[in-house]
Structures are given as C-alpha cells and as structure tokens.
Design a protein around this ligand. Structure first.
Ligand SMILES: [Cu+2]
Length: 404
C-alpha cells in the first residue's frame, strides 16, 4: 500500500514539474483575467494586462470598455480618484511628478474598472496617426456616436449631446455635462517619432517634449476654450484615459530603448504627490512590475500608419525625415500654458522644442492627398521615396568602393 502511494506521489511530482517548466517556445496564452503570458526560454512569463489601441479594438470590445467605465463612474472609489486629480492638479503636472503620477493614476483607475469587469484594461488612442483628420465621427471613428464610440463634438453650449457620454447619460463628478470644443490639429506621428529619438542623456528634454508639446497640446485640442479636457476637471472625460494611456505608452516605448532609457528619471524625487509615502516614482518605472505585482504591457497599433511612422522612419536620418513635407500642427498657446501653469523659462524651452518637431517643409495646400495621407498629414509616398533614395545612394557607394 505504502509503496503504491509513493509511486503515485512521485508520478504526480514528475507530471507537475514537466508541465510547469516546458511550454512551446513563443506560444501565447490568456488567463481568466484576460492577462497574457508568453513562453520564453521554455518558461511562461508573468501574466500581463494588455492595453490596446482604440481603433484596433472590435466594436464589441470598445462597447465593453465604455459600459464598464459608465458603471464605474457611479462608484465612490472612481469619483474619489477623479476628484483627486482635480484637487491636486497644480502639484502633479510638473516635470518631477507628471509621468509616474499619471502612470499610478491609470493603474488605480484600471483596478477600479476591473472590479466592474475583471478583464477590461485601459485602452489608448494614438491620435498622432490621425493628425491630419483627428475629429472624424464616422461610425467606426474614435468620436463615433454609436454605442462603441466616444461621441462627437460639443454643441453650442459646449455640451456633448450624442453618443454614450451625451448629456442625458453621463455627468461629471462636479455635476454638469461633458464638454468638448474640437480645434486644430495635434502633432503628427513624425513629431512623435522625433520625440522618441531623443537620447537617454536628455531625459529632461524628452519629458518636456512629451508633457508639453504632445500631452498638453492634445488636452486643449479636444477641450478648446471651455471644454472638459482643457480644464482642471479633465479626468472626468472618458478620452482622458485614452489620451493618458497613449502618453504613458510613449514613455514606455522610450524606456524600451535600453537600460539607460528605462531608468532615466529625476533622481531627487522620492515621493508621488498625495500618494502613500511608501510609494515612490521608482516603484512605477518598470511597467512589468507595477505596485500590487501587476504587469502591464502596451500592444502597438495594428494600423498601417503606425508601421509607416515608426518602423519605416527608423531607417532615415533626422535630416532625411525633416525633408518630408508635412502639414503644420497647432502650436501651444496661452490656452495650454495657463491651464498647466507653464513657467516663463519652460515656455522658452518648449517653444524651441516645438520648432524642432514642426515641419521644416510645409506641404502645399494644393497637394492632392489620398485618405491615408489625409489622416497622416503628409504623403506616405514621400516616406517610401526617401527610403528608396537612401537605398540607392548606399548601393552607389558600395559600387564605387568595389570599383576603386
Ligand atoms: Cu493630469
């Protein structure tokens, strides 16, 4: 009897051991919380929450997020978190707090959403892929009025009337309606690409470009004068989460470039404003190890514009990128400077950084654009041509050196 038991126990341990260790290299699995794990080096990675791009999500998935957010918005923990952002507004948008504080905020909000629906994650919207046509409200666009859309622009009084967040279905924590006042064009994906090229020893430049030129800008492109996103109430807007997740993804993309990028931060900052003193910016740096043992990952947009903007541009030098004619994007003005209390000294630097991201050659208004170009704000063909030219030049150099 004892012998049989022993054999059974050994058999059990052997089976358990092999199933824990061996998995098929590269295979992907999702657990009951929708978290993804991948098989690397014969072992499963830690399960990770996957944040995805809004336009790459199916209508059903978008609808699920929207209804979860609406349900959550009546909960006290949701309301307290949103109010916290409003109350601490002046202390959390400076260079030292901005990135880690908002990464922490997204995680808290996601935790609340997952109490309502345990598989929901915060989506992001890469608006830079739509810089030329950011305000489309077609049935599958970001600002669609369908049940899976964020709803379109505000009316005469600024209030949003259509879509799931319209006046009759959604109220801010402060009472009142969600307001929007779409205006201008956000920075394009070339500007974003150039921001991501900033070197690890220039973290302060990267941070300022990301925060001011990209993040602050889009807040007030959506909100305009009087809109929720361009006010201290911004965290009430559903698009706040999509915009902040995109900002956070850009930080994460930059961090992925190497150890120096990953750990670049202001060394003297030891607290997150108004959050437990035990939690430090340092605890937020690694997306795969967030507070509470949570792993987060951002999937790149499956959009063709994304490949063009990042993979293809990567093979060009800055000078070659600057030679591509583009439409102008809207520059920061007193609207953003006042809301985010940008100091005089920072303003001067932001203006210089904005000049650097702006087109060096402006696309003439009479240029014919197809629908992809219209979204991008420049001609996709121009990027492909620049790559071809570069290849040809390289081949010529090789030919010449072989000849000599
Ligand atoms: Cu904020």
């Amino acid at each position: 009897m004892m012998k049989k038991m022993k054999i059974l126990i050994i058999l059990f341990l052997v089976i358990k051991g092999t199933s824990a260790q061996s998995c098929k290299e590269g295979s992907v699995e999702h657990d009951h919380l929708g978290q993804r794990r991948t098989c690397r080096g014969g072992k499963w990675s830690a399960p990770c929450r996957v944040r995805r791009e809004w336009n790459g999500m199916l209508p059903g998935e978008r609808y699920r997020f929207i209804s979860t957010l609406k349900k959550a918005s009546t909960r006290s923990d949701y309301r307290n978190l949103v109010i916290r952002h409003t109350k601490q507004f002046s202390n959390i948008h400076n260079n030292r707090q901005f990135l880690p504080w908002h990464r922490w905020y997204l995680l808290q909000m996601e935790n609340i959403l997952r109490k309502v629906d345990p598989i929901v994650t915060v989506p992001y919207w890469d608006w830079s892929l739509w810089s030329g046509a950011p305000w489309l409200d077609k049935v599958m666009s970001t600002w669609s009025n369908a049940p899976w859309g964020l709803g379109s622009n505000g009316g005469r009084d600024g209030c949003v009337y259509n879509g799931p967040f319209g006046k009759r279905h959604f109220t801010l924590t402060s009472g009142g309606c969600l307001k929007r006042n779409f205006n201008g064009n956000p920075p394009d994906c070339i500007a974003v690409h150039k921001c991501l090229r900033i070197l690890s020893n220039k973290f302060t430049d990267f941070e300022m470009t990301l925060r001011d030129t990209l993040h602050n800008n889009m807040h007030c492109r959506i909100g305009g004068r009087g809109g929720t996103m361009c006010s201290r109430q911004s965290a009430n807007a559903p698009e706040f989460l999509l915009h902040h997740a995109f900002t956070d993804k850009l930080w994460s993309d930059w961090q992925k470039k190497g150890t120096r990028y990953k750990n670049a931060y202001f060394p003297g900052t030891i607290y997150l404003y108004g959050v437990s003193p035990r939690l430090r910016p340092l605890n937020l740096m690694d997306l795969s190890r967030q507070p509470g043992g949570v792993c987060v990952t951002y999937d790149d947009p499956p959009h063709e514009n994304y490949k063009l903007c990042h993979e293809q541009l990567a093979s060009l030098s800055l000078a070659e990128i600057d030679a591509i004619p583009r439409q102008k994007f809207t520059r920061l003005s007193s609207l953003e400077f006042d809301l985010f209390m940008t100091r005089k000294r920072e303003k001067a630097q932001v203006n210089r950084e904005m000049n650097d991201l702006e087109p060096k050659h402006v696309l003439s208004k009479s240029t014919k654009l197809n629908s992809q170009d219209n979204q991008l704000g420049f001609k996709a063909e121009d990027v492909k041509e620049a790559i071809k030219r570069k290849k040809k030049k390289r081949e010529e150099i090789i030919m010449k050196s072989n000849f000599h």
